[in-house]
Design a protein around this ligand. Structure first.
Ligand SMILES: [Zn+2]
Length: 151
C-alpha cells in the first residue's frame, strides 16, 4: 500500500481547469460540466470525470462534494480505485470490512472443501479407523451408564 495516498481532497469551483493541477484539489467546472483532479494515490496522473447523467454525478452539500460512482483509474499504472465522498477519499481496498470478511469466508470454505477431499486418503492410511471409532463409542456408552448410575 502506498504511503502517500490521500485521504482528503478539497474542491474548488472554477470556470476553466488550470493547466497545472494542484494535488489534493478537485477542480469543478460547472460551465463545462467536468471535474478534474490529480489521482489521489500521488502518481500525478490527471483524472477527468465528466459530469453527466451517464458519467459522474456531483453532489455539493454546501460544504463538501461527492462524486458518484467510484473513480477507477484502471488505465493508469497505479490502477487506483476510490470514492470521493464529502471531500474524503475512501480507498476501495479499505472501504468495506464486509468484502474482507467475505474474502476470508471464501478462503475458509475453500480450505474446508480441500480438507474434505483429502479425508478419504487419510482414512485409508490409518487402516484401523473403524476399530478406534468403535472403542470411542463403547467409551461413550460406558461413561453414559456410569453417569446414570451416579445420578
Ligand atoms: Zn494514481
Amino acid at each position: 500500500m502506498r504511503v502517500n495516498r490521500r485521504m482528503r481532497i478539497r474542491h474548488e469551483f472554477v470556470e476553466y481547469v488550470p493547466r497545472s493541477l494542484e494535488e489534493g484539489v478537485l477542480y469543478i467546472s460547472i460551465p463545462f460540466a467536468t471535474a478534474v483532479h490529480c489521482c489521489c494515490c500521488g502518481c500525478g496522473e490527471e483524472v477527468v470525470t465528466p459530469i453527466s447523467p451517464t458519467d459522474w454525478s456531483l453532489t455539493f452539500d454546501g460544504e463538501t462534494v461527492s462524486l458518484n460512482p467510484s473513480i477507477g483509474n484502471w488505465s493508469f499504472a497505479c490502477e487506483s480505485h476510490y470514492w470521493i465522498r464529502r471531500n474524503g477519499v475512501q480507498w476501495a481496498e479499505s472501504w468495506t470490512a464486509g468484502q474482507i470478511a467475505e474474502g476470508r469466508m471464501r478462503h475458509r470454505a475453500h480450505k474446508e472443501s480441500q480438507a474434505r477431499a483429502e479425508r478419504p486418503v487419510q482414512d485409508v492410511r490409518r487402516g484401523n479407523a473403524n476399530g478406534s471409532a468403535n472403542r470411542t463409542l463403547l467409551q461413550r456408552i460406558r461413561s453414559w451408564l456410569s453417569r446414570r448410575r451416579d445420578g
